[in-house]
Write a protein that binds this ligand. Structure first.
Ligand SMILES: NC(=O)c1ccc[n+]([C@@H]2O[C@H](COP(=O)([O-])OP(=O)(O)OC[C@H]3O[C@@H](n4cnc5c(N)ncnc54)[C@H](OP(=O)(O)O)[C@@H]3O)[C@@H](O)[C@H]2O)c1
Length: 257
């Protein structure tokens, strides 16, 4: 059975990935902070799909904890075929209001951990000439959106650049850039989203289904933006006049508080 390591599988998009992959017969390694919740997800998925679920509690903002996940990824006796770098959070405060430790923690989880886990997974994948890395980015990666947007811009750009390096190796990498998704994400960070129109909301399962369709079809594009409406949003963010893009992003940030 192939094995997938999913970060942030206890809620939202990561939980939907874990469910989908278990349904496809993947054994799982589940990584996040809440050990009790990890155990509960592992028990449910094992009971429903019969797959093996290993839990690896780790706070990905902590360098020592990240190293334990790197060790698991680079264990040649227990190969990981698919890595989903999904764990993440947002801050409710702007850069001016927030404390620097929160900003550092965000970069540790969204950038440093993604870079280190990707590097750790690639060793064995390149030797086996097979493997997939899915990095959950965001449409925020295409617009100026605080440290969060800048971190996601790194994820998208990093994945795109790495995909070019991986051509012909049998290993692929994909950045997935969702818009607003109904998960615990906004509630956890205290970000205000009540006034957002219904069309802006996606379900975690939409993101997973789009990713699986992309991978199953063997599409080579290293960046996936689920749904046409968000492809248009991303197009506007990337190609629209920068003063308008900056103003719109700023308004959206003000609206969230
Ligand atoms: N929801 C959206 O609108 C949206 C849009 C675009 C992109 N995204 C991205 O999608 C990804 C998943 O977000 P989500 O919406 O599914 O959020 P969510 O429902 O809040 O789930 C976040 C997951 O990440 C884990 N996590 C958070 N901080 C962690 C840390 N320091 N170390 C280890 N695990 C940690 C959480 O588990 P524990 O609490 O157990 O650690 C949880 O399993 C994130 O990268 C996010 O930036 C979300």
């Amino acid at each position: 059975m192939p094995t997938a390591l999913v970060t942030g599988p206890t809620a939202g998009i990561g939980r939907a990935f874990a469910e989908s992959l278990a349904g496809r017969g993947h054994d799982l390694v589940l990584v996040s902070r809440d050990a009790a919740r990890l155990d509960s997800v592992a028990e449910t998925l094992h009971g429903t799909y019969g797959v093996t679920c290993e839990v690896l509690p780790a706070d990905l903002s902590d360098a020592a904890a990240v190293r334990t996940v790197e060790d698991r990824l680079s264990d040649r006796d227990r190969p990981i075929d698919l890595l989903v770098n999904n764990a993440g959070f947002s801050l409710s405060t702007s850069f001016l209001e927030g404390d620097v430790e929160g900003e550092q923690s965000l970069l540790n989880v969204h950038v440093v951990a993604v870079m280190r886990l990707t590097k750790a997974a690639l060793g064995g994948m390149l030797e086996r000439r097979s493997g997939t890395i899915v990095n959950i980015s965001s449409v925020a990666s295409f617009a100026p959106y605080g440290t969060y947007g800048a971190a996601k811009a790194w994820v998208t750009s990093f994945s795109e650049g790495l995909a070019a390096e991986l051509l012909g190796t049998g290993v692929r990498v994909l950045a997935v850039c969702p818009g607003y998704v109904r998960t615990e994400f906004h509630q956890r960070s205290g970000v205000q989203v009540r006034g957002l129109p219904g069309w802006m909301w996606l379900q975690p399962e939409d993101i997973v289904a789009a990713t699986m369709r992309h991978l199953d079809a063997g599409r080579t594009s290293p960046v996936l933006i689920p749904t046409m409406r968000y492809r248009l949003v991303a197009l506007g963010s990337r190609c629209g006049p920068r003063p308008i893009v900056r103003k719109f992003s700023h308004m959206l940030r003000l609206h969230r508080r």
